[in-house]
Ligand binder design. Structure first.
Ligand SMILES: O=C(O)CCC(=O)C(=O)O
Ligand SMILES: [Fe+2]
Length: 389
């Protein structure tokens, strides 16, 4: 009979499987910095992207800033992203009719600023775009962060490890070790944990870049679900009711999950209140902005009502296959998603000790709003809360 350790219990409350520093398995350097254990570091083909955790790092709370969405600058014909001269080499394929495109023949690293603006528009329109045969990672972490800055002010994660000197990169490093698999399945039947990234922040990410550097052959796919179509599936009366509601999102459980495994806390945990139905300023449509990893409570409802309604919405987004796609990774794949529109989940479906190493670039977007009149409004109500209030 398996017993959940304290760390596993913390994982379950949070319902998501980040990679953390693991006390007793990883290493503490003479400089006090926490690193992946040397045996696994040696197996990495991408040492520039290895994470480390510096327990002395402390970042100030994130504050409001105006978001300039690059999609608003884009030429809707996308001539810089898909130049006519390259038409024969470029293949664009829909993954599902409404969600996701897969593209070969466009080299992201070579895009002009106008091309990047068009990329943002395409990602908003398709929700998820999978780019094959990219040379992006070869340019290293500095290039990746500078590239990401075009799309917004980069987010620094409260607990995750980052390559030295590149705090804004978010690294996933699943060790080539059976313990990595056991950690997930010892007291669980599934690795699926749908979420939108860091929805607890005042300004959660917009266009999010993810690139798998090393991974299993045919596995470790990423699942995506479209919360825009999810909202459109609901009846008008129910849509109207949901549009009156707000949700508390919290980073406390994720922080606790890091702490119990011996990891770090770079910024104080936060809670923020966001509208349950979010207005997407580029698409001028509404999405369901609620997720099973970070949403905690519907402000306007009593707890049993809130629990019941949240479960219904999680089930809709997490388990409705005709809202979803499965992105497969190949060497050189870069996937970009609109974190305001889609939810995603990692999948841990390999059992052999195989390394999976990825990096994420996470530009912050606008503060979520239910009505366009609040767009970039610093005084938008309801106000945010901090945990100590
Ligand atoms: O590992 C994956 O496939 C996704 C990880 C994830 O959720 C993230 O980095 O935001
Ligand atoms: Fe994520």
């Amino acid at each position: 009979m398996p017993h959940a350790t304290i760390a596993e219990q913390a994982n379950q409350v949070y319902g998501n499987f980040d990679t953390h520093f693991y006390h007793g398995q990883d290493e503490v350097g003479k400089d006090g910095v926490l690193r992946i254990n040397g045996k696994f570091r040696a197996e990495s083909k991408n040492p520039d992207f290895l994470p480390e955790w510096d327990p002395r790092q402390r970042f100030e709370p994130l504050t409001f800033h105006e978001y300039k969405d690059p999609a608003f600058r884009a030429n809707p014909e996308l001539p810089n992203l898909f130049p006519k001269s390259a038409a024969n080499e470029t293949v664009v394929r829909k993954i599902t009719p409404k969600l996701g495109s897969e593209i070969t023949g466009v080299q992201l690293s070579q895009l002009s600023d106008a091309g990047k603006d068009e990329l943002a528009l395409l990602v908003a329109q398709r929700g998820v775009v999978v780019f094959r045969e990219q040379d992006f990672a070869q340019y290293g972490p500095k290039f990746a962060t500078e590239y990401g800055r075009h799309f917004g002010k980069l987010h620094v994660h409260q607990t995750s490890g980052a390559p030295k000197g590149h705090d804004e990169l978010h690294i996933t490093f699943r060790r080539p070790d059976r313990k990595e698999f056991n950690r997930v399945f010892n007291d669980n039947t599934s690795s699926v944990g749908f979420h939108t990234d860091v929805s607890y922040e005042l300004q959660p990410p917009s266009y999010t870049f993810f690139s798998v550097l090393d991974g299993p052959d045919g596995g470790g796919d990423t699942l995506f679900s479209d919360s825009l179509t999810a909202f459109e599936r609901l009846s008008p009366a129910f849509q109207e009711f949901l549009s009156t509601l707000h949700v508390v999102h919290s980073s406390k459980e994720q922080a606790e999950n890091s702490r119990v495994q011996g990891g770090i806390q770079r910024r104080a945990p936060v809670t923020h209140i966001h509208p349950l139905v979010r207005y997407h300023p580029v698409l001028k449509k509404k999405t369901l902005f609620v997720n099973s990893s970070f949403s905690r409570r519907i402000v306007e409802l009593k707890k049993p009502e809130s629990d019941h309604l949240l479960q219904f919405l999680y089930n809709l987004v997490n388990n409705t296959h005709d809202l979803q796609l499965r992105a497969k990774w190949e060497p050189g794949t870069v996937t970009i998603w609109d974190n305001r529109r889609v939810h995603h989940s990692a999948l841990i479906d390999w059992e052999q000790p195989i390394l999976r190493h990825a990096f994420r670039i996470t530009p912050q977007g606008e503060r979520p709003i239910e009505d366009p009149k609040f767009y970039n409004d610093p005084n938008y109500y309801p106000s945010s809360l901090t945990l100590d209030q």
